[in-house]
Design a protein around this ligand. Structure first.
Ligand code: ZN
Length: 64
């Protein structure tokens, strides 16, 4: 008999079975996966990025 592996969804905490068929593992559903990814993306968005200095837009007219 196969051992069943249960994991708690990181998003909602719902205990789901971890199988090869669960494409959204460790999440319980696609929705939770998307919510978590969205939260991560929003978190990353808040981090100020100081890499814009290399943008050639500002000095475009100066270089000739
Ligand atoms: Zn979930």
């Amino acid at each position: 008999m196969k051992e069943r592996r249960l994991v708690a969804c990181p998003q909602c905490g719902k205990v789901v079975e971890w199988t090869a068929q669960s494409a959204f593992r460790p999440f319980c559903s696609e929705r939770c996966k998307l919510v978590d990814l969205g939260a991560w993306a929003a978190e990353a968005y808040r981090v100020p990025v100081a890499d814009d200095r290399d943008e050639p837009d500002a000095s475009e007219t100066e270089t000739k």
